[in-house]
Design a protein around this ligand. Structure first.
Ligand SMILES: NC(=O)c1ccc[n+]([C@@H]2O[C@H](COP(=O)([O-])OP(=O)(O)OC[C@H]3O[C@@H](n4cnc5c(N)ncnc54)[C@H](OP(=O)(O)O)[C@@H]3O)[C@@H](O)[C@H]2O)c1
Length: 215
């Protein structure tokens, strides 16, 4: 499948590499066509990877990962706007503002979420929020943790969520680990978990942990 990865940070690079390794054609998208990290990604996987602007990548792809900084996600997707159509946007971002230092603040919360804002801004696209509640190393390698743990899905389109589940299986997730929370408004909960995630990380100096639902 042709997949765009918008974002050249750790998440974009980690997800992009996993997608290439699992057989996809990946185009990395950035604000600039010659982003240094995107160029080296293409060199690392010459047969399956390419790079360009957010707009180039979205035009190339059948499916789009949003791995941009939450404060810039709408702007990044707006640059890709005309090419988004009814494509699935897998939204991994969190609306965190680090401009005042640590800990960051949530720029959207309680009665709204970034996932919802993306869906509202691009109503024809099919936004599925997932993977945003964990460190990127776990997103593509859940087996790193010895015990079973969970990943959440939020989105309005049932068939889009089924497609995203299938992709998550190729990342190593099992059906029993995936919890469909419901429509895109459920992204409020997963995004508002981030302040706790960051405090746990500070207290334990370890990012390789995740939520396990026990009942
Ligand atoms: N790091 C993790 O393990 C982790 C885990 C869960 C969720 N997340 C979420 O995943 C997203 C990516 O995180 P990250 O740590 O990989 O990278 P990041 O530093 O948060 O984001 C880097 C990307 O955001 C783009 N960007 C930054 N400001 C922008 C703006 N004003 N307008 C448009 N684009 C802008 C950058 O564009 P350029 O390429 O042009 O520089 C770059 O591609 C974030 O939303 C984060 O909250 C991260």
């Amino acid at each position: 499948m042709k997949i765009a990865v918008l974002g050249t940070g750790n998440v974009g690079m980690t997800i992009g590499a996993k997608l290439v390794e699992t057989g996809h054609q990946v185009m990395m998208g950035s604000r600039t066509a010659d982003n240094e990290k995107a160029v080296s990604f293409s060199k690392r996987f010459p047969d399956r990877a390419s790079h360009g602007t957010f707009s180039d990548a979205a035009a190339f792809a059948e499916l789009i990962f949003n791995c941009t900084a939450g404060i810039g996600s709408l702007e990044a997707l707006q640059q890709a706007g005309p090419s988004l159509g009814n494509k699935i946007i897998i939204d991994v971002s969190n609306p965190l503002d680090f401009s005042q230092g640590m800990p960051p603040t949530l720029t959207i919360s309680n009665t709204d979420s970034l996932g919802e804002q993306i869906q509202k801004t691009f109503p024809s696209s099919r936004v599925v929020k997932t993977l945003n509640t964990m460190w990127c190393g776990l997103m593509v390698n859940p087996g790193l943790l010895k015990e079973e743990h969970n990943v959440f899905l939020s989105g309005n389109d049932a068939s889009a969520k089924e497609s995203v589940k299938k992709l998550l299986y190729t990342f190593g997730w099992k059906e029993s680990q995936i919890i469909d929370l419901g429509d895109i408004s459920t992204a409020r909960g997963t995004e508002m978990y981030l302040p706790l995630w960051l405090r746990i990380y500070s207290a334990t100096s370890n990012g390789a942990f995740n939520i396990r639902i026990v009942s």
